[in-house]
Design a protein. Structure first.
Lengths: 249, 249
DNA sequence: AGAATAGTGTCTGTAAGACATTATGAC
DNA sequence: GTCATAATGTCTTACAGACACTATTCT
């Protein structure tokens, strides 16, 4: 790049060389959560290529500067490629950037977190992965060793999920199309790691006006339960008070 | 970069060419808030160079891959360079990345937000800026036209600040060393844009156990008020209930 | 005394917690 | 009938809101 000043921005841009300065790598990673079999799980893939070849990692990849318009597109693209899910709950979590987190040098990753129902998901290893699977998250950790700083990212992201569950309606995005209040409460409890009173739970959820009755009942042996679905309102509900029974210190 | 597979990660890294693929620019921007003269203000600087030369922008810059160890270091470095403040409240807000936000091409910026007391800050335009100043934030906007997508970033960041004030003790970081409860309440009210009952406010803050009495009184004409300071506990306090008088719809 | 600001007392309101009770199905 | 789960009734508790009251300084 020339040192002398440019008359106009146009001149400047013409002479601009993106590679003139050392700059970090940028990627997008997504922590994809689901609840199935009574446990919180996250999607991990086995890396096909170097670095960290053969290790498990979060689902992520580089931005495709020619096809992705914005960061969210990269996250959506990866998610659809691996799970086939097109309209998940997807929220930006945090970015992690440092000199040491990737052996290739300074790198930044913007992490999203996704909540998807476990039903009807067809995993596909696809590009860059030789394997892909759900792994149980216990205390913010999976049993597999994760590449780069992904264990750290997963831990912080799980912490965020746990705290948001105390004051939002987020877990509805982990439910199938139709579900009972007991099932929804169960998902809340799995994430919080604590039980809560079911009367309080029903009051809280029903007052939030985020669900509607389907009219159908789920019969599972004993007394049938009302099946609910999310109503039109796609906004996350923020409760004005936290669930206190599971309060973190 | 060679196409054939590498035997070891070491071989791979040796042959790795960071510029082989097109990749985005990465920067760090910081929305620096303060409250003075009864209004919320943010720090903006006049850009010395292209692009957007001569326009006002948030305080930011590129990562120095040789000296910054992590993203936070870049934010801290810029903040200290412009304000001289070394230990501000600094929290990562969000990252914005898109093809179109910067005329140089795909770019990602990780935005931090800082809260600093207005006292004892010596602004210095420094590197990359011909001018720097505080500008009042009204309804998430400053009167100056901001470069790139910085007006959008400021708006979202202000929204985040407003919402966090309803359930956290964040505003204590906008206060000088010693302050009265009435002064702290005033700062809360300025950010929320709504008044609140002073009895409720006192109860809430004092129960949070984040302040300690200095023993000194502030006399300002009428009845003197107790001066408080932050106690040792540097953790942000999260209240279990929101301030409801200023609830956003 | 009166004005102004600091600080307390106390009642109400709202939503969560606790837990007993009733309802509806299978057997 | 019993068992199990669904759903409601209702009392208590915690903390915010409202607002009247007292306290301490000034002029």
């Amino acid at each position: 790049m020339k040192k002398e000043p440019y008359k106009t921005e146009k001149d400047f841009l013409k002479a601009y060389d993106a590679n003139a300065f050392d700059r970090p790598n940028v990627s997008v990673d997504t922590v994809i959560f689901t609840v199935s079999g009574g446990v919180l799980k996250t999607l991990i893939m086995k890396r096909e290529n170097h670095p960290a070849q053969g290790q498990w990692s979060l689902v992520g990849g580089f931005i495709d500067v020619h096809n992705d318009q914005e960061l969210l597109d990269t996250a959506k693209r990866k998610l659809k490629e691996k799970t086939g899910v097109k309209t998940p709950y997807l929220e930006q979590f945090c970015s992690f950037g440092s000199k040491s987190r990737d052996p290739r040098g300074w790198s930044v990753t913007t992490v999203y977190f996704a909540l998807i129902p476990s039903e009807g998901v067809e995993l596909e290893a696809g590009q860059g992965a030789t394997d892909i699977k759900w792994s149980a998250v216990t205390d913010g950790k999976v049993k597999e060793k994760l590449a780069f700083d992904h264990a750290h990212i997963l831990e912080e992201c799980t912490e965020r999920l746990k705290s948001k569950v105390l004051y939002t309606s987020l877990p509805v995005h982990l439910m199938p199309e139709e579900f009972t209040l007991a099932e929804l409460q169960n998902v809340y409890e799995i994430i919080m790691g604590a039980a809560m009173d079911h009367k309080s739970f029903r009051r809280r959820i029903l007052r939030a006006d985020i669900l509607e009755e389907t009219g159908k009942m789920k019969d599972t042996g004993r007394r049938p339960a009302m099946l609910y679905r999310r109503n039109g309102n796609e906004n996350t509900h923020f409760f004005v008070r936290n669930i206190e029974s599971a309060q973190m210190k």
